[in-house]
Design a binder for this molecule. Structure first.
Ligand SMILES: Nc1nc2c(c(=O)[nH]1)N[C@H]1C(S)=C(S)[C@@H](COP(=O)(O)OP(=O)(O)OC[C@H]3O[C@@H](n4cnc5c(=O)[nH]c(N)nc54)[C@H](O)[C@@H]3O)O[C@H]1N2
Ligand SMILES: Nc1nc2c(c(=O)[nH]1)N[C@H]1C(S)=C(S)[C@@H](COP(=O)(O)OP(=O)(O)OC[C@H]3O[C@@H](n4cnc5c(=O)[nH]c(N)nc54)[C@H](O)[C@@H]3O)O[C@H]1N2
Ligand SMILES: [Mo]
Length: 772
């Protein structure tokens, strides 16, 4: 693809439409999809095809019509590329030389073909036999004086089978150190919802979208990150449902959508209006906003009572299904409107408008993404949203419910099958009984704690099942120091990324099959299963020839790592790797909800795992859904920094552009936000740009304000005047990760606060400008 000239040019078309088709064509040409096998792209999310490695949005059961998704195609094309990174490539490049390449360039080299080991004398990765690689891992693990000195990372693409076998191996080895991408993603959801409704998962299915009359979309950008969700929203909008976007940015894709599934819309240049209302809190303002809405619902109910009108609260639901309502209502009555307005950044009339919409809705779905989960108060925010929904019985009822929209295609399934650093005792009991061993009982390290433990010299071996740990995590220079202090780093991976270059004393790169590839074991093509964001579990079969004959499946790698480390006295690892159905039998034994797992997977579209809260069964200590009281916080790091620096102190959110998949950079455009050919841009309100004495188009350096005396900076960002609330800034992740302090995490979830970083700006110096 020809490199676009860097420019800023506002986008005026609907999301998707012809623009998306054009981009798809360009991507296919660029990747030279393996063997010209474009059929692959249409095998995604088909009953007999593979699960799209893009996002976790569920598939319609109809699934016979190809659901077009630009970013799904990009994900598949990136995996099916015909480009290869062979041992000859590493012979030509030292690690130091590769470090000089951008993340985008590293990604472009293509698929890894052979297992590699780091050769320190030559600063190169060189080939290693698979058995020697497993022996090296076993040797390191068995030499540690304590299994808690090793951590086992998982990124959310690993299948249920791979993840289950991995956690079994790791727990038999003796630790619960399972940092995973979820720790940086929807952890506030997973830790918050159990406190209110008893389960850390959403309560809706796609069917509910057909019956909802009101949808509140909090902090997500579906046109980029869950494009197939727009198809669902389009149907809702056509039906006349009210859709509200709650987001500091007026994301283009939430305004108008031209559906590639509907030829008439495409040919006539038509499109569908998605959101009818845009509520725009300042960054981190959602908690106060939701509190305002809940307070207003109480006021509306008071007024209804007085006038003898039907109640606004669902008093039957509250009485039968909940506890804690009185204290909750009392706290809302006592909350001041001034605080709500000041802390949310939303004018009072708009808070009231949102409350009216909510109170009119007879079937309301609330969805949310990273805009709610990556702040200090994310757990209380998710709980408050859940409480708001409970006020009108909007949980466990047709067309209504909680809909956290997960990221990675199997991030929810990985947690279900045991990738969890805080396992319950009940889970450990069942696991131990099924495999006849005593699992470690102490909770392990999450992502941030793993990094801290490395820095403290307590963690010496890092093994990563997918992902890009050194780039996805916060506080980049500290993470690199931490990873380089390890005795061994291992990456099980499809493509080259920077984490492979930030290595321990010993280091391995183990190349694996992707989801799109045929996985033959013992002469039989194996399927793997995944759970989407709405708890549907289904099977996935690859269709492509593997990128290299020397790749192993993730499951085979885990099994052989386990065999080399632990032997086969308790588990016949190789038998499990030869027939994935055996692993599913194990999952069935240990995890409730998987009865008849192998059988039920044969049903096209799979099966629903069952979510207790959806059935109004509340797995909480009280046995009821719980209203919880949380106050607005007035003494946060951002408040404190603003006291010192005044209005020059800004709050920075870090988000995804349209041309990336997390740390994988597909291209340098973010077309819906009007950015082309570049990524180091900083969105700011024109009035703030003037107030700070800058001009749009100039370059600025960003430093974050934190209390540990460490300087954190990211330099040379192009200032772009953008429609964003005052005091707020936006930039892309991962370039901005050096700004996120390691110790700045969501209370109760440990998620890095990558959507609310207190920062200051200064003009870039001439020298830095040249370097950029
Ligand atoms: N193509 C593509 N698809 C993806 C991914 C990808 O990188 N590329 N990543 C996958 C993963 S792992 C995930 S988790 C999801 C992420 O999908 P999203 O949840 O959409 O994640 P982000 O792009 O980080 O942006 C979140 C949105 O939150 C808004 N926001 C920021 N701060 C606030 C706030 O304080 N309040 C509110 N209300 N909104 C706020 C931003 O303006 C932005 O619109 O997508 C998944 N799908
Ligand atoms: N500042 C900031 N930081 C963030 C975020 C943010 O919004 N802002 N978002 C956070 C979120 S939501 C998430 S989920 C994390 C993501 O963190 P990660 O999951 O660690 O990162 P990814 O970029 O998704 O990982 C991509 C790599 O996975 C490997 N890979 C791809 N497919 C496969 C496969 O099938 N098998 C294997 N074994 N490997 C594969 C490839 O090597 C690729 O380079 O980042 C978090 N970090
Ligand atoms: Mo994520």
């Amino acid at each position: 693809m020809k490199k676009t000239e860097p420019r800023i040019e506002p986008y005026t078309h609907p999301a998707a439409g012809w623009g998306a088709l054009k981009y798809v064509a360009l991507n296919l040409l660029k990747e030279k999809v393996s063997g010209g096998n474009y059929r692959t792209l249409f095998g995604q999310n088909q009953p007999d095809g593979f699960d799209c490695p893009g996002c976790a949005w569920p598939d319609r059961e109809h699934a016979s019509t190809f659901e077009f998704c630009e970013n799904g195609v990009k994900a598949v094309a990136a995996e099916s590329t015909s480009k290869r990174v062979t041992p000859a490539f590493f012979e030509e490049h030292t690690v130091e030389q590769l470090m000089a390449q951008s993340d985008y360039e590293l990604e472009q080299h293509g698929r890894l073909t052979d297992p590699l080991v780091y050769d320190a004398a030559r600063d190169r990765y060189v080939p290693i036999a698979w058995d020697d690689a497993f022996a090296l891992i076993a040797d390191h693990l068995n030499r540690l004086d304590d299994p808690d000195r090793a951590a086992f990372y998982t990124s959310g693409r690993a299948s249920n089978e791979a993840a289950f076998l991995y956690q079994l191996f790791v727990r038999m080895y003796g630790t619960n150190n399972f940092p995973d991408c979820s720790n940086m993603c929807h952890e506030a959801t997973s830790r918050g919802l159990p406190g209110t409704v008893g389960v850390g998962k959403g309560t809706v299915t796609l069917e509910d979208f057909e019956h909802a009359d009101t949808l509140l979309l909090f902090g997500q950008n579906p046109a980029t990150n869950h494009p197939r969700m727009l198809g669902e929203l389009r149907e809702c909008a056509k039906r006349g449902a009210t859709i509200v976007s709650i987001n500091p940015l007026r994301e283009r894709g939430l305004e108008r959508f031209a559906s590639p599934q509907h030829p008439v819309e495409m040919l006539t240049g038509g499109s569908t209006k998605i959101s009818s209302v845009f509520i725009r809190p300042k960054i981190g303002g959602d908690f106060a906003l939701i509190k305002g809405v809940a307070k207003r619902v109480i006021e509306l109910d008071d007024a209804a009572l007085e006038q003898g009108l039907p109640r606004v609260l669902d008093i039957a639901f509250i009485a039968e299904h909940t506890v804690g309502f009185d204290a909750f209502a009392e706290d809302l009555r006592a909350e001041s409107w001034d605080a709500i307005v000041a802390e949310s950044g939303v004018p009072k009339d708009e808070v009231l408008q949102l409350a009216d919409i909510y109170a009119r809705g007879r079937a309301v779905i609330s969805t949310w993404g990273m805009g709610l989960t990556q702040h200090k108060n994310s757990v209380p925010t998710v709980q408050l949203l859940s409480n708001l929904m409970m006020m009108r019985g909007n949980i466990g009822r047709l067309g209504a419910g909680l809909c956290p929209v997960r990221g990675h295609s199997n991030v929810q399934g990985d947690r279900t099958v045991g990738i969890e650093e805080q396992p319950t005792q009940a889970f450990l009991d069942r696991l131990g009984a099924a495999y006849d061993f005593e699992p470690p009982r102490e909770h392990g390290y999450d992502v941030v704690r793993s990094i801290e433990a490395m820095l403290a010299g307590k963690l010496k071996v890092f093994i990563g099942l997918g992902g890009n740990f050194s780039i996805a995590t916060p506080d980049t220079p500290r993470v690199w120091e931490a990873m380089r202090s390890c005795d061994l780093t291992v990456h099980i991976t499809t493509k080259l990324n920077r984490s492979h270059l930030i290595h321990g004393r010993d280091a391995l790169i183990l190349p694996t099959l992707g989801r799109t590839e045929i996985d033959m074991q013992n002469g039989v093509a194996q399927g793997v299963s995944v759970e989407d964001s709405m708890s549907m579990v289904h099977i996935s079969y690859g269709m492509n020839r593997p990128a290299s004959p020397n790749l192993l499946s993730e499951i085979a790698i885990v099994a052989r790592m386990a065999l080399a480390t632990l032997g086969s006295a308790k588990v016949d690892w190789l038998a499990n790797a030869n027939d994935y159905a055996l692993i599913r039998d194990g999952i069935e034994k240990v995890i409730p909800g998987f009865e008849n797992y192998n059988e039920r997977l044969k049903h096209p579209g799979g099966f629903h795992l069952g979510v207790a809260s959806r059935d109004r069964v509340w797995n909480t200590p009280s046995g009821k859904a719980q209203f919880l009281v949380h106050g607005i916080e007035f003494d946060t790091p951002i408040h404190r920094a603003r006291t010192v620096h005044g209005e020059r102190l800004m709050t920075l959110m870090t988000t995804r552009s349209h041309d990336q998949y997390n740390t994988t950079i597909y291209g340098l455009d973010d077309r819906y936000r009007g950015v082309y050919g570049q990524r180091r841009v900083l969105f700011a309100n024109q009035l703030d740009i003037e107030m700070l004495g800058f001009e749009a188009g100039q370059r600025v350096d960003i430093t974050s304000v934190w209390d540990d005396g460490v300087e954190r900076r990211a330099d040379s960002f192009l200032l772009v005047a953008y429609d964003i609330p005052r005091g707020c800034l936006g930039a892309y992740y991962p370039e901005t990760n050096p700004l996120v302090p390691l110790s700045s995490v969501a209370d109760g979830a440990g998620t890095p606060t990558s959507k609310s970083i207190p920062v200051l700006l200064c003009a870039s110096s001439e020298k830095q400008r040249e370097a950029a």
